[in-house]
Design a protein around this ligand. Structure first.
Ligand code: ADP
Length: 256
């Protein structure tokens, strides 16, 4: 996708990466969060734009759900998850009076808000902006691409679980990327085996290797697999930085 001079608040953003999944519940927001934290630990400045309007879970995953966004001259100031302001987040979760409120909106209203998110968030300088999208291919995905048409979308990371029911849906995401000209950066297989909290051994719960097989079949890069880890789940629930809390875990090395 082309870059032109009229980039507004995205002027200082070096890379834009979409995170996509065919199904809900496969860990797309978890992978987005951990990817952002891993990049931040590697010294990058990272933003997350959470456009999963009906299920905004990233504020909680980063432990900032109680915070609010404020306005400045150039738009909305994102919420920072760290005092050094290296991890910025914008989510509809910050705009709702009640976090349990259901967002029941038709397409045009969602499209308008996403357009505003893309135009009006004052990201400043970022190495990477990760866009966490809803599952499937919906109005939100088209709205993101439409709003970003004046900027470059560098590609998409696809998240799947190992089973065929999930990898089958990811094939549709692959078709979506091909039709819309979004480069597929690779596939991550999440919930790939279970890490026992007592002995740390990893056993297969579902089938194994579906993500890797799909990558081979579709000529995509396989980026790696992340096991089901109760410590990761607990960290995500509590809004704790898993990579900082458990640097010795095997899951840590799969997330880096
Ligand atoms: P999605 O964004 O695809 O709907 P989420 O990222 O919200 O999925 O994950 C759904 C649930 O699964 C969350 O409670 C999350 O903590 C948990 N989860 C995701 N990936 C893992 C993992 N690798 N290990 C343990 N729990 C996980």
């Amino acid at each position: 996708m082309e870059v032109n001079g009229d980039e507004g608040n995205l002027r200082g953003v070096q890379r834009v990466v979409l995170v996509l999944s065919g199904k809900g519940g496969v860990g797309k927001s978890t992978i987005t969060t951990e990817l952002a934290l891993a990049l931040q630990h590697a010294g990058k400045k990272v933003g997350i734009l959470d456009v999963d309007l009906c299920g905004p879970s990233i504020p909680r995953m980063l432990g900032v759900s109680q915070q609010e966004v404020h306005q400045c001259d150039s738009g909305w100031v994102p919420v920072y998850a760290d005092p050094q302001q290296r991890l910025a987040l914008m989510s509809i979760g910050f705009l709702l009076d009640d976090p349990d409120e259901a967002v029941v909106w038709r397409g045009p209203k969602k499209t308008a808000l996403i357009g505003q998110f893309v135009r009006d968030v004052a990201w400043g300088e970022l190495d990477v902006l990760l866009v966490d999208t809803p599952p499937g291919t919906s109005d939100e995905h088209l709205a993101v691409l439409e709003s970003l048409r004046k900027h470059r979308v560098d590609g998409a990371v696809l998240v799947t679980t190992p089973q065929a029911v999930s990898t089958g849906d990811v094939r549709r995401e692959i078709t979506f990327c091909k039709k819309t000209g979004v480069k597929i950066l690779g596939i991550v297989e999440n919930m790939s085996g279970f890490v026992c909290p007592h002995c740390s051994e990893c056993s297969s719960v579902f089938s194994r290797g579906g993500g890797e097989e799909l990558a081979k079949l579709t000529g995509s890069v396989f980026l790696g697999s992340v096991p089901l880890d109760p410590l990761l789940s607990a960290s995500i629930e509590e809004g704790q930085d898993f990579l900082k809390a458990f640097p010795d875990s095997a899951t840590y090395s799969s997330l880096r």
